[in-house]
Structure formats: structure tokens, C-alpha cells
Design a protein around this ligand. Sequence first.
Ligand SMILES: [Fe+2]
Length: 246
Amino acid sequence: MRFLIFSDIHGNIEALNALLRFAAKRKIDHYVFLGDLVGYGASPDETIQKVRALRPLSILRGNHDKAVSGQDSIETFNPIAASAINWTRAKIKRKNVEFLTSLRKGPLVVHDGFAVCHGAPFDEDYYIFGEFDAAEAFEYLSLPLCFFGHTHFPYVYTRRGHKVEGTLLEGEGNEVKLEKGATYLINPGSVGQPRDRNPKAALALYDDEARLVKFFRLEYDIEEARRKILAEKLPPALAERLTLGI
Ligand SMILES: [Fe+2]
């Protein structure tokens, strides 16, 4: 089976459209989304509609999805993120709020071969930043592979025995061949708001028969995404960061 693994779209329909064009040219058996459909970007309704149309095998909730649907307060968010959440709450259609409310909390087992979570297996809102966090997260895994999101960095953590090694996937054409006996925590990066100084939309393809995870970066219409953010009077920093990939 070929799984398209994606995360953190954050209402950026231009970036999602690039992913859909990419997927249309490939054989994808299942879509697996790791959370944060909305927040930051100017197109929350369109984003939800298009992701639902893919009929993903699994859609997790992210912290922004929870905040927009009123399941979490905005107190833990910085002022710019909180401002975008308030804007999204005012803008989004009621049926889409209901959909966000219905999303499940990770970790979940998908297709009996791997697990998924938004932040970490022990806390959906926790950021796995570094090998120390990853070592803790591995303790909670019962399967040898878990995909996660939330940090917006494409990253692979590998545990062999008691040793944990983390690798930021820089540049293009990265792939990871899964070794038997090793355990993996893998982040595909963010579709709609990459933060690794590469502004291109990020995603991963997982082939469970080949035991291979391939990482991709896609050009998209950043100018249009920026224009909409500014036209909606969302914080201008949210437009700026898309260009910089931060
Ligand atoms: Fe996010």
C-alpha cells in the first residue's frame, strides 16, 4: 500500500492544491492526515472541504483544530496565532466547526502497521524537538513506526537498541529505508507553513511493502496565499513567514 502522509496545512489552500496536483499523478492508496487543518491561513473552509473529499484513512485533530472548535482555550497560543484562531472562529462555516469537533485524538493505530499522533504519543500537544523528547516518545510506542506532526520540520528519529538518532531532512529527494529491528518516529513536515527555511510544501509517501518513506517538497503559489492573508487582515507576519519558510 502507498500512503500519502501529510500534516499542518493551516488553512493554506494554495499549498494543499499543490499537494493534490502531485497526488493526482501518482498511485496513492490511502491519505493519512496528522492534524492542524486550520489556523494561520486564509482558507479554512476550502481546506477542510478538500481534505474531506480525499476520504482519508485517518484524520487527527491538531491543537489549532481544537482551539478553533472551542475544545481548547487560546491562552496557550502566542498573540499572532491567537489572533488567527479568533479570525478563523469568526469566518468558518458551522458544519466545518462540527467536523473539527468530531476529529479524533492521537495516538491512533492506522492500518495495523503504524501509529500516528499530532504532537507526541504521550501528549497530542507536546512538541518533539530533539533526541531527548524522541527517546521519551519511543517509550510509548508499541509499533515500530509512528508518524507525527506539530513541529513543522521534516524529521526522522530512529531508535536502534537504546540509541536514538535524529536527522533533519534538508534539501530535496530524501528517503528513509526502514530497517528491521529499528523503531521510527517520522515527521513529514508541514504542507501549509514549513518552518525549516524551505518555503515549499512538505509531505511524505510511505510504501509499506518496500518499507520506504520518501519525502517531497512542492512549489506552490505563495504569492496568492500571502495576498489572501493580507486581504483578510490577518497578522502580516503570517504572510511574511510563508515566503521565508519560518
Ligand atoms: Fe501546526
